[in-house]
Design a protein around this ligand. Structure first.
Ligand code: IPE
Ligand code: IPE
Ligand code: MG
Length: 253
């Protein structure tokens, strides 16, 4: 059997993969440990998956690390996650630089504790010259927050006379989203056996292929990622057209 990495068609890679990293808490509880133990181990998976993406030439990877709704978890878990975030970001910068990866963030960053905001801003700045994989951390992010924010800002610009409401189109809205600099994800992966989107990139995932796996995030490794990509490559993306039209277009290309 050919190794998984060699089964991937490099000409048909998704440009942008988005992942809902789920199942850390259950992974820990199943081992009789505190939930935070799962979050600590989840960092190993982040490292491994980022490396896997860089290795095969993925251009954008968005990781859902903390949602707007996650602020409602017990304070001890939120505090533990925030300090893990600061430590991890600081530790990872040299590795990101070594692998030519730039760090980005989407979400309501102002909600994060000051030290996390500082670590994040530093990491973004220190990796900004890298030209390989764009690693986008979704932190204090939710789609509904993002869309409300976009509508508010569009309203302000209409009021200031910068845009004409009659001319607002999909392109305008896209520019007001926190993902305006990135293409839409083509593949969305969620770990841990939950079959929902949980307020993640609702607008941007309109035509993404969805891949769900029972594997808990702390057990998710490159091989699991490569399986998801291979599965993606066997799908026919139709964008509202018929299968026949898509096959003709592929034949003519
Ligand atoms: C995902 O794992 C990480 C975060 C949401 C921060 P969970 O913490 O949601 O783990 P489960 O879903 O409870 O197992
Ligand atoms: C989604 O996972 C958010 C992140 C992975 C950061 P949750 O565990 O918070 O989602 P629900 O509550 O199961 O929908
Ligand atoms: Mg969860």
């Amino acid at each position: 059997m050919q190794p998984l990495i060699e089964q991937i068609d490099k000409q048909k890679l998704p440009k942008h993969i988005a992942i809902i990293m789920d199942g850390n808490g259950r992974w820990a509880e199943e081992k009789g440990q505190e939930r935070l133990y799962g979050h600590y181990h989840g960092v190993e998976s982040v490292r491994n998956i980022v490396e896997g993406c860089a290795e095969i030439g993925i251009e954008y990877l968005t990781l859902y690390a903390f949602s707007t709704e996650n602020w409602d978890r017990p304070q001890s878990e939120v505090d533990g996650l925030m300090s893990l975030l600061v430590d991890t970001i600081r530790k990872e910068v040299p590795i990101l630089n070594k692998n030519n990866i730039s760090m980005h963030a989407i979400g309501n960053i102002e909600m994060l504790p000051k030290d996390a905001q500082k670590a994040l801003a530093e990491a973004i700045e220190l990796t900004s010259k890298n030209t390989g994989l764009h690693l986008i951390m979704a932190l204090s992010y939710s789609s509904r927050w993002e869309l409300v924010n976009a509508v508010k800002n569009i309203g302000l610009d209409v009021k200031a006379g910068k845009i004409n409401p009659a001319e607002i189109n999909q392109n305008t809205l896209q520019q007001y989203l926190s993902t305006s600099n990135y293409p839409d994800p083509e593949l969305m992966i969620r770990t841990s056996g939950e079959f929902r989107i949980s307020n993640f990139l609702l607008y941007q995932l309109a035509y993404a292929e969805l891949y769900f796996t029972n594997t808990r995030w702390p057990d998710f490794r490159k091989e699991n990622l490569f399986e998801a990509i291979i599965d993606f490559q066997f799908r026919e993306r139709r964008f509202g057209k018929t299968g026949k039209q898509i096959q003709n277009e592929a034949y003519l290309a």
